[in-house]
Design a protein around this ligand. Structure first.
Ligand SMILES: C[S@@+](CC[C@H](N)C(=O)[O-])C[C@H]1O[C@@H](n2cnc3c(N)ncnc32)[C@H](O)[C@@H]1O
Length: 250
């Protein structure tokens, strides 16, 4: 994957960009299936944190092309998923079948599920696309039963700040700021909009939404990836790229 980043243009940062992945759906899906960061790092960590999911009703928020949903379903969970990109959801439907409960929904708005519907919500690598976490977290909490879990992974804020320091001007870690990245994957290119926020802004948002923080997790890549990706493995084995939260809706 190639990625180039730049500061946002005037007026582009605030609008919802939930469909940005439409132009990257096939390329992202193919890479996600086997990449170091997804297949050997993020997804195994999410599944390990979820633990024994047999019989649990799980919402895969920002499900993308459905690889995590499939793994959860294979472990006996009853999975629903949504994504803001119709292109990504089409990939998920291809993988999970016509009967799967999959919907095109923007996490920035109301969710089409009843209160207390799920035992767990898993939000893998989606929250960092949103500027304001208040309404989305309130919605995720609403659809969780009391005692249910939200397991969320995001770009590690230290890694993002460090990456930008290495490239030039020193960004302010403590600011919540937008950045635009142009990703090229499998011959497709799309401009994606990310929001960096400091760690305390994340924990404040979770507690303000009524979640209890049960664990922070900085996973390492699975050992089997060492031989497949020698360079990338060393980087991820010695510095975190993603940060995981396990939260409870008490
Ligand atoms: C990095 S991909 C991760 C996909 C999947 N969770 C995984 O780990 O394989 C991010 C996904 O979040 C979705 N997304 C971004 N912003 C969103 C929003 N506002 N509402 C719903 N989905 C969104 C994208 O369309 C994309 O499928």
């Amino acid at each position: 994957m190639e990625r180039m980043s730049r500061a946002p243009g005037e007026g582009t940062a605030a609008r919802s960009r939930a469909a940005d992945y439409d132009g990257l759906a096939e390329g992202y899906t193919a890479e996600n299936e086997t990449s170091l960061v997804n297949a050997h790092y993020e997804r195994p960590a999410a599944l390990a944190l979820a633990g024994d999911v047999a019989g649990r009703r799980i919402l895969d928020a920002g499900c993308g092309s459905g690889l995590l949903s499939l793994a959860l379903r294979e472990r006996g969970a009853v999975v629903s998923g949504f994504d803001g990109s119709a292109g990504m959801l089409a990939q998920a439907r291809r993988r999970l079948g016509e009967d799967a409960d999959l919907r095109v929904v923007d996490l920035g708005g109301p969710l089409p599920y009843p209160d207390d519907e799920f035992d767990d919500v898993i939000a893998s690598l989606v929250l960092h696309y949103l500027r304001d976490w208040g309404p989305p977290l309130a919605e995720l909490r609403r659809v969780l039963r009391p005692g249910g879990r939200l397991i969320a992974s995001v770009d590690h804020p230290f890694a993002i700040n460090l990456m930008h320091r290495a490239r030039g001007p020193r960004p302010d870690y403590f600011e919540t700021v937008n950045r635009l990245e142009t990703w090229t994957m499998g011959g497709q290119t799309a401009e994606l909009s990310f929001w960096h926020r400091p760690l305390h802004a994340m924990t404040d948002a979770f507690t303000a939404a009524g979640f209890r923080i049960s664990a922070l997790h900085e996973p390492k890549p699975v050992p089997a990836a060492r031989e497949l990706f020698p360079d990338g493995f060393h980087l991820l084995d010695t510095f975190p790229s993603f940060l995981f939260f396990v939260l409870h809706a008490d």
